[in-house]
Design a protein around this ligand. Structure first.
Ligand SMILES: C[S@@+](CC[C@H](N)C(=O)[O-])C[C@H]1O[C@@H](n2cnc3c(N)ncnc32)[C@H](O)[C@@H]1O
Length: 260
């Protein structure tokens, strides 16, 4: 029976109860398989359908005036804020994990900060890191305008390299990596140290395909993204997931080694 979903065929079917664990060989599905199986017309139709679905999913999230204003100001100043769907995902993840202690790398003007606070419990504390102290002052004002007491946010001025080593090991429920892309592999590694068992790390825009005119810079950014994705995929302490939101939102939960 046709499912009507692009790529909705195959997938192994079957129950979902796993047998005794044994090492499994990773099998990667290559892009383009659909062309071989269905022909170019079906593949194109599937791609169009996927694009439409992605657009509808993005349109589901309508930002309020506060976030829309922050987005406009951020963009005007050359700070790339998290996308609307990413902001919604941050709010969701903070709520779903009941994240009381959160770290955000890259405050910007505070769009992601407000999104995270909106999902966190009322007694949660968000630590946000950015070398630009002036932006952090404005982000703090945005958090107050959003209705959060000043004590809910700890703004720390500095780069992730300077600040992350000073934060407590296994002390955080959720870490969001949204600083400078070339620092991402290092930020990820530091973030994993900060996560408590069961904690979640989120890395924004890992499937970035943007164009940079400087080829050296472009390769540095692409290399950092590849390294980050590979590190998460290969880390057996993590349960990874890439959500096709904006330019790819990488999430990973840190397993509890006690098995609890
Ligand atoms: C992509 S923006 C963050 C956007 C923000 N999360 C939001 O949703 O609006 C990146 C931010 O990282 C900051 N940044 C640059 N270098 C950094 C570093 N080494 N460590 C931490 N943050 C850095 C920039 O000043 C900038 O505000």
């Amino acid at each position: 029976m046709a499912t009507g979903r692009p790529g909705g065929r195959g997938g192994g079917g079957g129950g979902g109860v796993r047998g005794p664990s044994r090492p499994l060989r990773a099998v990667r599905k290559e892009a383009g398989t659909a062309v071989a199986a269905d022909g170019p017309d079906q593949a194109e139709a599937a791609t169009r359908a996927r694009t439409r679905i992605a657009e509808r999913a993005e349109a589901f999230h309508v930002e309020d005036e506060l976030l829309a204003g922050l987005r406009e100001r951020s963009t005007a100043e050359g700070v790339v804020p998290v996308a609307p769907a990413t902001a919604a995902a941050l709010t969701f993840l903070a709520a779903a994990t009941r994240a009381r202690s959160v770290v955000e790398i890259g405050t910007g003007l505070g769009l992601g900060t407000v999104a995270l606070l909106r999902g966190m419990p009322a007694d949660g504390l968000l630590t946000s890191i950015d070398p630009d102290g002036e932006r952090q002052v404005r982000a703090r004002v945005a958090c107050i305008e959003a209705g959060f007491a000043p004590g809910r946010v700890r703004m720390i001025k500095g780069t992730s390299r300077q600040v992350l080593p000073k934060l407590s090991d296994a002390g955080y429920d959720l870490v969001v990596v949204d600083g400078v892309t070339t620092e991402m592999p290092r930020d990820l590694e530091a973030s994993l140290r900060l996560l408590r068992p069961g904690g979640v790390v989120v890395v924004d825009d890992v499937l970035w395909q943007g164009r940079l005119t400087d080829p050296v810079r472009r390769e540095a950014v692409a290399g950092a993204l590849r390294e980050t994705v590979r590190a998460v995929r290969e880390d057996e302490r993590l349960v990874p997931l890439v959500l096709p939101i904006a330019e790819g939102l990488l999430c990973a939960a840190r397993r509890d080694p006690s098995g609890a």
